[in-house]
Design a protein around this ligand. Structure first.
Ligand code: NDP
Length: 475
């Protein structure tokens, strides 16, 4: 009898310990469970003002030749009322709704219906069914990686139309830019709201959901980790990559076509923006399998931040340089153009090589060569929600020995190059570098906070070995 009771007690203790462990690791890893006032204030600010910021930028180009100060001056001096500006803003049209619906449907069809064939003939390209990282609940999701082929098919059709079929003008995106903005907003809000409802009522994986109890925080940062419809329609992979990033290069092409139509030529600055951003987009799709291991997929939950951000913020604000150049066609002198090209290519190379080093290191579990040598690293461990202990490695050599996020530094150099391509007349094209600096610095701090919770003392060893974040010796 006593033995039986002791066994029962031991089992209860074990169960209690497991619950505590689970709580601890749930609290440690992933996005917040509790919302502090600063996070809440930031979130409310973004929810209220991010759509206005996008509107302000696009409207200022449409009505004020891209001046960011003139609309404010007009309003402050009483020269114009808000209603005057609003009344001159193009409204939602059936044409834009048709174009947008067709566009999104086409991307869904490419994503869902055509399994990847690029990996069968492109050496070095990783496509087809790939596994993502282990989630906090210990799940490993499978993804159909076919973004490169979606991008190629879309662009082949675009060029075929522009050169042979002429079903629609290549300026179609620019010509419907503001009506399309309303469509993108409708989709952005619809998908974020749907994701929230889905998180409550029919989550894909209940164990990977997070509820803070704060409606605004949950709406913004998401509840579900990897919401899906059916086995394959993954919200994060679809909305981040397509329609937003596939559209990025098409939008730039449409802006270039508009320059051609308005001025009879495409300026070298527009070509630079198209080429440099084109390389970045193509790189994204070439490395879509690698993208499965980035913060967006591995750590962020799917809410308004990703849903609305992918539908509206990305296609509208990442393409500001091209839009600006339609209104201000800048022809750069050769030295300036070459300087921009060099900076853009150098930034891209650093960005790519740094990301590649980590990817190679993680894929081979450290059994590779970085700059001709075996990589150095720190062994670390962490717990998933089910209480299982996992092991990982943090590299401390190559670019990852220079700074903890040198990939961001390369990204920022490339971003600066896009802005510099637009000359120095206006501040609007420089929004991108300001935004990217804030985004990546915040992301770096956010990621480090998460890694610190995940790896504990092992992370401290790592930061002691690699003390700088973005710039060796400075930050
Ligand atoms: P990283 O690719 O830098 O991934 C960070 C994760 O990598 C960490 O959470 C950690 O994950 C792991 N890690 C960190 N340090 C090491 C190390 N020393 N060795 C091995 N693994 C390490 O960040 P992102 O996902 O944010 O960025 C990916 C790229 O996308 C970047 O180049 C960035 O510039 C770009 N980007 C571009 C954006 C844009 O809007 N243009 C937006 C965001 C990103 P783990 O838990 O697995 O250890």
């Amino acid at each position: 009898m006593a033995a039986h009771q002791e066994k029962k007690l031991a089992e209860e203790r074990k169960h209690q310990n497991m619950q505590n462990d689970t709580k601890a690791s749930q609290g440690q890893w992933g996005r917040a469970w509790e919302v502090d006032w600063f996070s809440l204030a930031s979130i409310l600010f973004l929810l209220m003002f991010a759509p206005l910021i996008v509107y302000y930028f696009i409207m200022s180009c449409d009505q004020y030749q891209c001046s960011l100060t003139d609309p404010l001056l007009d309003l402050l001096t009483g020269n114009k009322h808000l209603s005057d500006i609003w009344n001159r803003t193009p409204t939602l049209t059936y044409r834009a709704a048709g174009i947008y619906s067709l566009w999104v449907t086409f991307q869904v069809v490419l994503y869902m219906s055509i399994p990847d064939f690029c990996h069968q003939f492109l050496p070095g390209y990783v496509g087809g069914v790939q596994e993502g990282a282990v989630t906090p609940a210990g799940v490993v999701n499978k993804y159909e990686i076919n973004g490169l082929q979606a991008w190629i098919i879309t662009h082949v059709l675009w060029f075929a139309n522009a050169s042979c079929f002429h079903f629609f003008p290549p300026t179609i995106i620019f010509d419907n830019w503001i009506p399309l903005l309303w469509c993108a907003n409708i989709l952005g809000y619809a998908v974020s709201t749907f994701a929230m409802i889905k998180g409550y009522f029919f989550p894909t994986n209940a164990k990977d959901c997070k509820f803070t109890g704060n409606f605004f925080y949950d709406y913004m940062m998401g509840i579900e980790f990897n919401p899906r419809i059916g086995k394959w329609f993954d919200f994060k992979l679809f909305f981040n990559g397509r329609p937003g990033i596939v559209a990025w290069t098409l939008i730039n092409l449409s802006f270039a076509a508009k320059q051609q139509e308005l001025y009879g030529e495409v300026t070298n600055s527009m070509i630079l923006v198209n080429v440099l951003q084109g390389i970045y987009v193509l790189d994204f799709f070439w490395n879509e399998a690698w993208y499965l291991k980035t913060i967006d997929i591995c750590h962020d939950h799917f809410g308004w931040y990703l849903g609305w951000g992918d539908c509206v913020w990305l296609p509208y604000l990442y393409t500001l340089q091209g839009l600006y150049l339609v209104y201000h066609p800048v022809q750069l002198c050769t030295a300036h153009a070459v300087g921009v090209l060099m900076l853009g290519l150098l930034g891209y190379s650093i960005f790519r090589m740094t990301n590649h080093q980590k990817d190679l290191f993680r894929r081979t579990n450290g059994n590779c060569r970085i700059w001709g040598k075996k990589p150095e690293y720190i062994e670390c461990s962490y717990m998933s929600v089910d209480g299982t202990k996992h092991y990982s490695k943090l590299m401390t050599s190559g670019f990852w020995g220079w700074a903890r996020h040198f990939n961001y530094t390369g990204d920022l150099m490339g971003s600066l190059a896009y802005c510099l391509a637009c000359g120095f007349e206006h501040i609007l094209p420089y929004f991108y570098i300001v935004y990217m600096t804030i985004l990546l610095t915040h992301r770096c701090i956010r990621d480090e906070h998460r890694c610190c919770s995940k790896y504990g003392k092992d992370w401290k060893h790592y930061t002691a070995a690699v003390p700088y974040r973005l710039l060796p010796g400075i930050f």
